[in-house]
Design a protein around this ligand. Sequence first.
Ligand code: NAP
Length: 341
Amino acid sequence: MINQVYRLVSPRQFEITYKDRSLQSDYVVVRPTYLSICAADQRYYTGTRGKEAMAKKLPMALIHEGIGKIVYDPLNEFKTGTPVVMVPNTPVEDDDVIAENYLRSSKFRSSGYDGFMQDYVFLKRDRFVTLPEDLDPHVSAFMELITIAMHCLVRFEAKAHVRRSNFGVWGDGNLGYITSLILKKRYPESKVMIFGKNQYKLEHFSFVDEAYQIDQIPEDLQIDHAFEAVGSKGSQYAINQIIDYLHPEGTISLMGVSEYPIEINTRMILEKGITVIGSSRSGRADFENTVEFMKEHPEFVEYLGTLVGEVQVVRTIQDINDAFEKDLTSSWGKTVIEWKI
Ligand SMILES: NC(=O)c1ccc[n+]([C@@H]2O[C@H](COP(=O)([O-])OP(=O)(O)OC[C@H]3O[C@@H](n4cnc5c(N)ncnc54)[C@H](OP(=O)(O)O)[C@@H]3O)[C@@H](O)[C@H]2O)c1
């Protein structure tokens, strides 16, 4: 069959590529239904990834957050129409110690490898997880971002000491919201505090115990463990502030991506015996955990509804551009694409 792939060829310009794919293969064919735009996609769309990365990675189909429906399974294991969440990480080797998302050989969709903006996505059997029929599709569209926070939590639990009476989350955006929400559900008895820059964004965090603007934090406040979901240059300020407010022997889980190296106060990391845990992307197990968590906690899914921003129906290439442009002007939440092309 001929599959249409919608690739970014240069900043703000998409083109259709036609790819011949055989159905006589091991791949399960999925029709994408709802997708969501991530900051990383925007960096390609606007060309802010820098000339070298753009030249190396384009042309490429964007988007690594999305759900779809199975349209063809050569082994007939899954019924046509089964809803699934697609796993963007694609490992090519196994390792007993290193997780699939940290293997340097793994391919990641929409990062040098075609993402989900295609008529059909051909997936290996372990690259999707089935979803309950009644799960909110607008929230499920950005489930991959939820798995990032879930993965970070799993790493935190494996590495941090056991005193977990309070947590601080830096970053009043999407990832900060999801991380605080997961922490509050996982540790209902612990205090979860959010630290952000924008009062109007902090007001969305109705479920946390305390919310602080970063220039109004009480001096005597101390936290057991911290999560950073800021990224860019702002993460330098956030990480150094975390180091100041963290109890000795606490952990800092880093999730924010910065294009350029940042300066952090290593002297106080040493003096306080702080453990810094880097966390990037996620793997199949995190998708399974997330789907289970969403099934067990319907109110978690309801709270995540707050993050659904613009919902854009995409039928044409122009609609794709419109979705990315609208996303650029939105100040809160995730842009969801209803994929009808
Ligand atoms: N590790 C991973 O696998 C992974 C996966 C997905 C995303 N990420 C990264 O995670 C970061 C957050 O993503 P997101 O979608 O949540 O982005 P976002 O919506 O832009 O959230 C970042 C928020 O942090 C606020 N902020 C800026 N400086 C701050 C500071 N010093 N202290 C506290 N808050 C501060 C920003 O406010 P202003 O907008 O006013 O500056 C913004 O509201 C990004 O760097 C993204 O690339 C990482």
